[in-house]
Every structure is written in structure tokens, then in C-alpha cells.
Design a protein around this ligand. Structure first.
Ligand code: KG4
Ligand code: ZN
Length: 333
């Protein structure tokens, strides 16, 4: 049996979790800074680092308490070291290194996006690689071939904005607040998704890349045109039409990539994977493919997914030494 303590602080969530044998979550503590950042309309990096520092020790303590274990019971510590806001990452990395040193336990640095993908293993005990996964979050939009638990190949990625970033920006323009994804998801439920057509961008049948900045500009231009003519608009219709265009691009590319690589299992990961329309469309378009996605709490940032990824990294022979450092940009491959 292996008990892993996972630590995550790459953006605006301070999180710690205790996970048994990679897939059984004993505790999953998340302290969100959303209320602090929402008055600025997005994450302020320096503020995020300071808040992580204030709370990380008590978040770790709570994770142990909730799991009913002590530091002695922990077999290894996994921590997000890349990619993310460097100052925010450093808080988790320094905490994990201090604990590993003081407790004489193995340490492993975890790639945040690998963690998001691993969130699928927590609730789907039968899920094994290979599968094709769409990772869509505030900072990333990738289609990844998961060849093994620690072997990943990027099949497609965004050429400009991440999907979550587009949700956040459009929500801001519509006056819905931050973070935009859940707000648009909710507003869209009362709207007509066919009210306005926002042009989808494709890079040809052999490319699984995305572009969302055109859709975002399409929304902004549409609203400006109406404002100039003195006309009003229905927020729910704009939200639903925008959401449908993003979801169409994400689902079509994911399914096309799985078909090209002859893979019958597809999965979702990252904050945008919590989107209800994305899940619904994927179920409608999947044909004979098996579809997996985590519960919303495991889609957005959490440390259970980091502990899960750490478990498989350690099984594959990887550990990190105390020179582990935070890295703001790093490919998943
Ligand atoms: O994975 P995550 O928590 O953090 C990053 O690693 O970026 O993702 C956060 C992103 C935000 O852009 C947020 O607006 C988006 O995920 N998001 C959603 C939904 N819930 C969160 N986007 C669309 N629909 C949702 N229900
Ligand atoms: Zn994330």
C-alpha cells in the first residue's frame, strides 16, 4: 500500500490531498482564492503567492486530519512544479521539499497537466491507457494521446487563447464576472445556442489544433455592432451561442484525433471539462467510443489528481531531489 500526500499551488487554489494507491482519495482539501481575485477580474500573481504562503501549512494539516493519518503514515510527497505561475508554484515546491527533507520521505515533482489527465483515474477504476484526452483549462488547451500513465504525446493544441481563457474573457465582456466558465455555463441554459453563429476555425483535417481568439473577437464585434445601433441583446443567447461554438471545436477535434489514432476511449480533463454542454455534446457525438470525465471537483485544480499522477510517476521510477525547482512553462511530453 502507498499513501501519497499531494500538494498543488500552481494558480489560485491552495490544495493538499492524501491518496491511497493512486486512485483512492482519503482527503481532498482545496482553499480557493477566487473571492480575492474576482474583484480584479482575474488572478493577480503576486497576491496569489502571498495567499498560498499564508494558508499552505494549514491546508496540509487539514488534509492529513481529514484522511485520519499522520506524517509518519505518508510514503511519498508529490507536488506540482510546472507549469503555472512561478511564485505560486514555488510555495508548494518549497513546502514539499521542506517536508520531504524533515520527514526523510521521497519527493516527486508532478506536471500539472499530467495531473489533470490523471483526475480521470480517481473515479473510473477501470480506466487504463491508451486513451485520447482533451485537456482544457484556464491556461491550456491540448489534445493528448495518453500512451501510458507517464507517457504522453500532444496531438493538437491551441494556437492562441486557451478555451477557459476565452470563457473568462467573454464572461467579462458580458458582465458576468470571474471565473467566466461556470457563469457562461449557467447563463447559456436559458439561451438559444443557434441565435448567433460565431465562426469556427479549423486547420485542415490532419490538424487537431484550436483557435479561440477569433470566436472571442466575433463575440466582441457582435456586441459592439448592436451597441452602436442602440440595440439590446440577450446575454443568455450570446452565452449559449459562444459556448456552442467552443464546444463544437473541442468535441470535433477530440473525436477526429481519436479516430485518426484508432483509439476508442476518450476523456476530458481541466476546468472546462466541468462544462455541462461539453459533456452533453460529447455524449451525443461519441458513436461507439467510451467517454470518461471527472466530477466537477476533480476537473478544476485539486491535489488529489497531483497525488494520483505522483503515484504513477514513482511506479515508473521517477523521484525528484531537493534541487527541484518551479518551472513556469514545460511541455507535457
Ligand atoms: O483547471 P483549472 O481549475 O485551472 C487551470 O489549470 O487553469 O481551470 C480553470 C478554468 C477557468 O478558465 C474557468 O472559467 C474554467 O476552467 N471553467 C469552466 C467551467 N468551470 C470552470 N469553463 C466552462 N464551463 C465550466 N462549467
Ligand atoms: Zn489546472
Amino acid at each position: 500500500m502507498a499513501l501519497i500526500l499531494g500538494i498543488e499551488s500552481s494558480c489560485d487554489e491552495t490544495a493538499a490531498a492524501v491518496v491511497k494507491d493512486g486512485r483512492e482519495v482519503l482527503s481532498n482539501v482545496i482553499s480557493s482564492q477566487i473571492d480575492i481575485h474576482k474583484k480584479f477580474g482575474g488572478v493577480v500573481p503576486e497576491v496569489a503567492s502571498r495567499k498560498h504562503l499564508e494558508i499552505i501549512n494549514s491546508v496540509v494539516d487539514d488534509a492529513l486530519k481529514e484522511a485520519n493519518v499522520t506524517f509518519d503514515d505518508i510514503d511519498a510527497i508529490g507536488v506540482t512544479y510546472a507549469p503555472g505561475l512561478v511564485g505560486a508554484l514555488l510555495v508548494g515546491v518549497s513546502t514539499a521539499k521542506a517536508l520531504a527533507y524533515a520527514l526523510k520521505k521521497p519527493l516527486v515533482g508532478v506536471h500539472h497537466i499530467r495531473g489533470h489527465i490523471c483526475a480521470n483515474f480517481i473515479e473510473h477504476k477501470d480506466l487504463k491507457p491508451p486513451f485520447v484526452c482533451l485537456v482544457a483549462s484556464g491556461g491550456h488547451s491540448h489534445i493528448v494521446l495518453v500512451e501510458d500513465y507517464t507517457k504522453f504525446k500532444i496531438l493538437g493544441q491551441t494556437r492562441d487563447d486557451a478555451a477557459g481563457e476565452a470563457f473568462d474573457k467573454v464572461a467579462r465582456v458580458l458582465g458576468l464576472g470571474y471565473p467566466g466558465g461556470p457563469k457562461i455555463d449557467k447563463a447559456a441554459k436559458d439561451g438559444d445556442e443557434n441565435a448567433i453563429f460565431f465562426k469556427r476555425v479549423s486547420f485542415g483535417k490532419d490538424s487537431f489544433d484550436f483557435s479561440f481568439s477569433g470566436i472571442k473577437t466575433g463575440v466582441i464585434n457582435h456586441l459592439h455592432n448592436l451597441e452602436q445601433k442602440g440595440e439590446t441583446y440577450n446575454i443568455s443567447d450570446v452565452a449559449a451561442s459562444f459556448q456552442k461554438s467552443v464546444v463544437d471545436v473541442l468535441t470535433d477535434n477530440l473525436i477526429a484525433a481519436a479516430k485518426k489514432y484508432n483509439i476508442s476511449k476518450i476523456a476530458l480533463a481541466g476546468g472546462v471539462a466541468a462544462n455541462s454542454k461539453l459533456r452533453e455534446e460529447l455524449m451525443r457525438k461519441k458513436g461507439k467510443m467510451e467517454v470518461y470525465y471527472p466530477s466537477p471537483i476533480y476537473c478544476t485544480d485539486n491535489a488529489a489528481m497531483i497525488a494520483c499522477s505522483a503515484y504513477y510517476e514513482i511506479l515508473s521510477g521517477k523521484t525528484s531531489d531537493l534541487s527541484l525547482n518551479a518551472i513556469p512553462y514545460l511541455s507535457i511530453e
